[in-house]
Design a protein around this ligand. Structure first.
Ligand SMILES: *[C@@H]1O[C@H](CO)[C@@H](O)[C@H](O)[C@H]1NC(C)=O
Ligand SMILES: *[C@@H]1O[C@H](CO)[C@@H](O)[C@H](O)[C@H]1NC(C)=O
Ligand SMILES: *[C@@H]1O[C@H](CO)[C@@H](O)[C@H](O)[C@H]1NC(C)=O
Ligand SMILES: CC(=O)N[C@H]1CO[C@H](CO)[C@@H](O)[C@@H]1O
Length: 639
């Protein structure tokens, strides 16, 4: 047999794909990965989990307004799609009959695995389809592929250069070893198997990442030393665009490939399918990469090597070895180029994010879940090229760090196969009506730059002690009360410092009897003179959860109320240790009649009490004075 030639062995209710480097055992016709033999380890998947819960696809869905239904996805028909010396592709398909009116998931799912010769790992993808005439409406909340690794071997995880650590064991999360904290995912390790971890907090959300910052994450085992990595060669098939956050790894040891989820956004990002609506989407392929070393001292290099492999996968995208006609090859895709400037003075939009999405309104890409999205960052001159775009008609979206709001190009962009669409010079004009009276924060769609407190020593995750992502620590919501024991935050423009004096999350205060109370933050500012007309407050919010936010000027009464938004947000960023969720941008009119010459106050009221985990994370606030007509021309230049 030629070295590294791919082989397919069929054995009763399972098949084995092998290439001399790795052998993958898959249940037939379900399509669950039940074994991965590599690097001298018989099976790197968790032998203690049942065969259907080691390497599997799952979904959360519901009928409109109905209960969340969780189920594994599995095939009932097995096929060999391609079989040559170099590549095997197998399919595990479950076809939905559009006239089926039972309570079955109204989707056809075709799970595919590809093994190639000479490749240390395998590719996974899946085609989800709602056939024409599918009657039942439904909502899709989450879908992903999950791998559970051997718990006796995999203890070390890596998601970035800095974020790597020895993780607790699954038993450490059980009641006799761990104490569940306020949210079920958060567990204080009271008596962990590995004594070094005693007193730390474990929470899977602490290991979340923005889609734009990730691309490879995984685990390294001890004896033999093997790296197991999930690599995303592209994010086109993941929902919510580049700022969408998703889970990576967690105690288990679990490694996730999240395609579609509601984390950090909430139900706004559910994909709703109407009666009769047809749909098809290819999730993946992503790559499961395996590497190994005989020397413990080389273990870190497995991470370095996995990062290199990610670049190789990215460069090979779109892949040329995928058989499904629904996965488009390079030739079947097109591209778009352009250059983005900011405001009429034409500053090049440096490191801006520019993307194509089927969303057709400003910022709506954040909650777009049914189609593909294609995002890039501009260079320092604002130039961008978006390659490998699936043909279609798209909205062109973007945002520019340092500027408020969302860019949305007036004309739709058509991409066709094999062609390059030249968009030329584009201009984003962030809203502004008048000169700045004051501003707080830096507009980048996150609360980064505000005061993030030290973690309560009771609830440390040591990984984040020396890491810029201090906000990943557990329980920071309660630090607001600890840092403001007597009274709420007062921020004086021109004197206070956002890094020290502006708490990153506007949360409730813990009262003496542990009841959570509404809070009122004050912004004090001085006006030398009043210009008659309408002042504008630009209010950019990085996240909100179950908040009733009210803003008053100078007096807290109905007449001085300038903004009121009830039940704002459901992105759960506070309890999931995030620094941003769903970005929202508000424009608030403040009549000059409410202001006085001299000292003024603006009150930001988090009016809903009783909720330790509600909160607003501000990104940026700016008060603008009315502009006299002669000033208008200058304003844009100043931008
Ligand atoms: C999916 O279902 C699981 C199991 O019921 C549940 O724990 C999880 O919260 C659900 N996730 C979403 C996003 O609905
Ligand atoms: C099977 O894979 C080979 C190698 O990638 C490719 O040339 C061939 O077109 C594939 N066949 C099908 C039916 O996709
Ligand atoms: C785009 O703007 C640049 C810089 O102002 C200019 O040199 C170039 O000619 C413009 N290109 C087009 C197509 O208008
Ligand atoms: C669990 C998961 O899929 N996490 C991914 C989040 O997005 C980044 C960017 O693509 C990936 O690297 C992570 O793997």
């Amino acid at each position: 047999m030629a070295k590294n030639k791919v082989r397919l062995i069929t054995k009763g209710s399972f098949i084995i794909l092998g290439n001399g480097l790795v052998a993958v055992t898959i249940s037939k016709p379900q399509g669950c990965v039940i074994g991965i033999n590599y690097g001298g380890m018989d099976n790197i998947l968790d032998l203690k989990s049942s065969e259907s819960s080691r390497g599997y696809w799952d979904i959360n869905w519901s009928l409109p307004g109905g209960q969340d239904i969780y189920q594994l996805l599995s095939g009932d028909e097995y096929n060999v799609i391609n079989m040559s010396h170099d590549v095997i592709e197998v399919s595990f398909k479950n076809s939905f009959n559009p006239s089926d009116s039972s309570n079955k998931l109204p989707l056809s799912v075709d799970i595919r695995y590809i093994l190639r010769s000479g490749v240390s790992g395998f590719h996974c993808y899946s085609i989800y389809e709602r056939p024409d005439g599918s009657k039942k409406a439904f909502d899709l909340a989450q879908t992903r592929m999950v791998f559970k690794l051997r718990r006796d071997r995999f203890h070390y995880m890596a998601i970035t250069d800095e974020k790597q650590r020895i993780m607790p064991m699954p038993d450490d999360l059980l009641p006799d070893r761990g104490k569940q904290l306020i949210v079920p995912e958060s567990v204080l390790l009271v008596n962990p198997i590995n004594r070094d971890l005693k007193g730390e907090v474990d929470d899977k959300y602490q290991y979340s990442m923005d889609n734009k910052d990730g691309g490879v994450h995984g685990w390294i085992s001890s004896g033999p030393i093997i790296g197991f990595w999930i690599i995303f060669p592209s994010n086109e098939f993941r929902n919510g665009g580049p700022t969408k956050q998703n889970l990576t790894v967690h105690t288990g040891p679990t490694c996730l490939a999240m395609f579609h989820g509601t984390h950090y956004i909430g139900d706004d990002i559910l994909a709703h399918f109407q009666e009769g609506e047809s749909w098809r989407k290819v999730f993946g392929p992503f790559f499961v990469y395996l590497n190994s070393t005989p020397k413990v001292s080389n273990a870190y290099n497995l991470w370095i090597d996995a990062k290199k492999q990610r670049l190789l996968e990215e460069a090979a995208w779109p892949y040329d070895f995928v058989s499904s006609p629904y996965y488009l090859t390079a030739k079947e895709r097109g591209s778009a180029t352009g250059r983005l400037f900011v405001s009429s003075s034409l500053i090049p939009a440096k490191n801006a994010y520019v993307g194509l999405s089927s969303a057709r309104t400003e910022g709506a890409w954040q909650t777009e879940s049914k189609d593909y999205q294609f995002w890039v960052q501009t260079d320092s001159n604002g130039n961008f090229i978006i390659e490998n775009v699936i043909p279609g008609v798209y909205g062109l979206h973007g945002w520019v760090p340092g500027f408020i709001g969302d860019y949305f190009h007036k004309e739709l962009v058509t991409i066709s196969a094999g062609s390059q669409t030249e968009l030329g010079n584009l201009t984003y004009v962030p809203v502004r009506d008048g000169p700045t009276v004051w501003e707080i924060g830096y507009p980048d769609r996150t609360a980064i730059g505000f005061y993030v407190p030290d973690v309560n020593p009771m609830y440390v995750n040591k990984l984040f002690l020396n890491c810029p992502e201090k906000y990943r620590q557990y329980g920071l919501w309660d630090r607001y009360t600890d840092t403001h024991p007597e009274s709420d935050q007062v921020f004086t423009v021109g004197i206070s410092d956002t890094k020290k004096d502006w708490f990153f999350a506007h949360v409730d205060r813990r009262g003496p009897d542990n009841k959570y109370l509404p809070t009122t933050w004050t912004i004090k500012f001085n006006l030398d003179s009043i210009i008659n007309g309408v002042y504008k407050l630009r209010l950019a919010i990085a996240s909100a959860t179950r908040s009733d936010l009210m803003i008053y000027v100078n007096y807290i009464n109905q007449y001085h109320l300038v903004f009121e938004e009830m039940n704002l947000g459901m992105d759960n960023t506070v309890c999931r240790h995030g620094i941003h969720g769903l970005y929202q941008f508000f424009i608030v009119d403040v009549s000059s009649s409410l202001l006085i010459k001299g000292d003024n106050s603006m009150f930001l009221v988090q009016a809903r009490g009783g909720d330790s985990l509600c909160g607003v994370l501000y990104d940026y606030l700016r008060l603008e004075a009315p502009a006299s007509p002669s000033m208008r021309a200058e304003i844009h230049i100043e931008e």
